[in-house]
Design a protein. Structure first.
Length: 205
């Protein structure tokens, strides 16, 4: 990834994704998590304060060493055991049907092969388990979409492969999940091209 991707970008994400407006969204995304949770795109551990008491352990999937280092204090203070279990959301080193829930926040927009990642999440979840997701993606308004498509190549270069144009809820459904909860909206204070958010829960078959 180079110096920018390894050192600079994780620190930028840690700052941008920890704002006051994002924290309530993280709390909503974490609501209902329980048991053994796999968190894909763990980053710097910004979701830790919002884990419900029903969570018993977390398998953290995070490719960036810098992100994991930034998470150190949060991990050590967490009320549940958190282990860095893998680096690649497209190949989860976990047994089939081994997790009670999955969490992904601002990650499905960036994983190179998001279809493979969602298939892996489905594989490791128990039948009826839930995927909790929060992400930005393709806007509902055509005018905003046109701008997103125009800026998407630059977005990917500047932000480590992050896409503006992925239809998050559709991707979750196409992976075989049944969406039981979904809220789509523009995040407060964010330009619409970046702030078209999807927050929901998908149920594994």
């Amino acid at each position: 990834m180079g110096f920018y991707g390894d050192q600079v970008l994780p620190r930028c994400i840690n700052l941008v994704c920890s704002t006051k407006t994002v924290r309530p969204l993280r709390e909503r995304a974490c609501a209902g998590l329980h048991g053994r949770v796999v968190e894909v795109g763990f980053g710097s551990g910004l979701n830790i304060p919002f884990y419900p008491t029903a969570v018993t352990s977390v398998a953290a999937i995070e490719p960036a060493d810098t992100g994991w280092k930034l998470a150190a204090k949060r991990v050590s203070a967490a009320p549940v055991p958190i282990e860095r279990t893998g680096l690649d959301g497209q190949k989860l080193p976990l047994p089939d049907n081994s997790c009670d829930a999955a969490l992904s926040t601002y990650t499905l927009c960036t994983i190179p092969d998001v279809t493979a990642a969602l298939a892996e999440i489905r594989r490791v979840l128990k039948p009826g388990a839930t995927l909790h997701f929060l992400d930005h993606g393709l806007a509902p308004d055509e005018k905003v979409r046109r701008l997103q498509h125009r800026l998407d190549p630059l977005q990917q270069k500047l932000f480590g492969g992050c896409h503006l144009t992925r239809p998050i809820a559709d991707l979750v459904t196409e992976a075989g999940f049944t969406i039981s909860e979904l809220d789509t909206f523009y995040e407060k204070g964010a330009p619409k091209i970046w702030g078209a958010a999807s927050l929901g829960v998908g149920v594994a078959p």
